[in-house]
Design a protein around this ligand. Structure first.
Ligand SMILES: *Cc1c(COP(=O)(O)O)cnc(C)c1O
Length: 493
């Protein structure tokens, strides 16, 4: 299996190289040169298997340089006791046609764990295969969720360290507590005065400081990121689309081979792209429904073929989807056009002019596989209340966006095919919005709201969230953006 960049297909490399590099030097994203077929027979073989066994079958296709023992270790260390259910990613049905794929049973109660519990093991294995002697230090600037998920993923992974910067004025009570109480011998967390941009600008400056990189290299370290455009973050996500389909078949609601639709709450386009890749490999899916919040740049793109980021940015109750530039869309454009030159030109236009048009032929291809819709905060809250009252099933704000968009799609098109709503966060992760949607008060610190949501609904919060209030704070440092470099230097002494 060879990989190349979406902006230059002449230079080929292994999966290990693509994962170790992250972003291609030409600015493109790494993609596999082929999406190998999984036929109906191979799909049927997945049906009786556990999540981990299904994962090994799919991962093996894309990681041919891994031995069966390495794959065993990779999957065992990624999806074990760190998840609160042996099913890892269970499918919950609300009626005979609709399942919710719960991707939030990992340590941080959101779907980023599905990839970030595996990425550290993929990355260290890749570095070993390439003969890298130095340790890798992951540097993250976070607006909340990714930082915590990366901390949990890298904590105590040999040969790695992780340092997370978060904006002092830009994360919720619960998010901050999650990070500053993080355990592990190789982790560091530090607040930065200012907002997310200040923290991120500081990190970018450190990454581009050549002299500093050399100094760290002499001490046996190099810096890397856990960015969502790394192939090592996309690959683990392909697995749960296969797994969810198998669970739908095993429930007796469909026959193996019968197609379903998926509706995915989308921000950076990573999750939904992984699903599309599964379909390109042969998973029977008719349509991916791309669900956005008020930041509906993707809805417009899928309907018109014009990507236009020149619009107001909205802060919504589904903050992990507050994005105007969906980086992973570049991979879809490449897969469908197979034209690195045109992709390069569209991305140039996006950064220079904030806008590009993929033309009628590519728009038609996109429309064959994708539908799109969006839902504002009011509709999101109403959907949380509706699903709770009609089904006794509690969903978070991001999942509610997808749930509403699926309902709208079914009404608009009359398509009543079996469908899976991808559920990306535990409702307890967004307690205040969920309580408000149910008509409850939210005038208390975040940790008390968790207990309140338990009382109101009779559901149980994930243990890592309900245990937060009692955990010791390990990191209370705060620096100005100019001080971030010194924090890194001290961390890697
Ligand atoms: C990151 C995230 C998303 C968006 O996923 P993308 O892969 O960026 O499209 C949706 N919901 C939650 C809860 C997230 O954390």
């Amino acid at each position: 299996m060879e990989y190349y960049s979406t902006r230059n297909t002449t230079k080929r490399m292994s999966a290990s190289e693509a994962i170790a590099k992250g972003l291609a030097p030409d600015g493109g994203l790494y993609v596999p040169a082929v999406l190998p077929p999984v036929d109906l027979k191979a799909l049927k073989e997945l049906l009786p298997l556990s999540y981990g066994e299904r994962a090994k079958r799919i991962l093996k296709i894309y990681l041919p340089e891994y031995s069966p023992q390495e794959l065993d270790r990779l999957v065992a260390s990624s999806y074990g006791a760190n998840f609160d259910t042996a099913a890892v990613a269970p499918l919950r049905f609300t009626d005979s046609l609709t399942g919710y794929l719960e991707l939030w049973h990992g340590p941080t109660s959101a779907f980023k764990d599905m990839a970030l519990q595996m990425l550290p093991h993929l990355l260290t294995a890749s570095l070993r295969k390439l003969g890298e002697q130095r340790g890798v230090c992951i540097l993250v600037a976070t607006s909340g969720d990714t930082g915590k998920a990366a901390l949990e993923g890298f904590a105590d992974v040999p040969g790695t360290k992780i340092l997370v910067f978060y904006p002092r004025d830009g994360v919720s009570d619960v998010q901050k507590l999650q990070m500053v109480t993080q355990t592990g011998k190789n982790v560091g967390v530090c607040a930065v005065e200012g907002n997310f941009d200040d923290a991120q600008t500081g990190v970018k400056r450190i990454f581009s400081d050549r002299a500093f990189a050399e100094e760290l290299s002499e001490r046996g370290w190099f810096l890397s990121s856990a960015n969502s455009i790394n192939w090592g973050r996309l690959l683990p996500q392909i697995v749960y689309y296969f797994s969810a389909y198998c669970d739908f078949v095993n429930s007796g609601r469909i026959k193996c081979g019968e197609p379903v639709n998926f509706c995915v709450p989308t921000g950076n386009f990573g999750n939904i792209l992984a699903g599309w890749m599964a379909t390109a490999m042969g998973l029977p899916v008719t349509r991916f429904i791309c669900a956005s919040n008020a930041n509906n740049v993707l809805t417009d793109f899928i309907r018109t073929g014009v990507y236009d980021r020149r619009r107001p940015f909205h802060l919504t109750t589904s903050p992990s989807m507050d994005i105007l530039v969906s980086s992973n869309l570049e991979r879809l454009l490449f897969f469908l056009s197979k034209d690195a030159e045109r992709v390069t030109e569209w991305m140039r236009q996006l950064s220079a002019e904030g806008c590009y048009d993929v033309g009628t032929e590519l728009k038609r291809l996109i429309g064959r596989d994708f539908e799109a819709g969006f839902c504002d905060d009011e509709g999101t809250a109403a959907e949380i209340a509706r699903v709770w009252h009609e089904n006794g099933y509690l969903i978070d704000t991001h999942t509610a966006v997808a749930s509403k968009v699926l309902g709208d799609y079914r009404q608009r098109t009359g398509d009543r095919a079996p469908a899976i709503v991808v559920s990306t966060a535990s409702p307890y992760k967004f307690c205040d919005s969920v309580l408000r949607a149910l008509g409850e008060q939210t005038d208390a610190p975040g940790t008390e709201l968790i207990a309140r949501l338990e009382r109101v609904t009779g559901t149980v919060a994930p243990a890592p969230l309900s245990g937060l209030a009692g955990r010791a704070v390990r990191f209370d440092g705060c620096v100005a953006p100019e001080g971030q470099k010194q924090v890194v230097a001290d961390f890697l002494k």
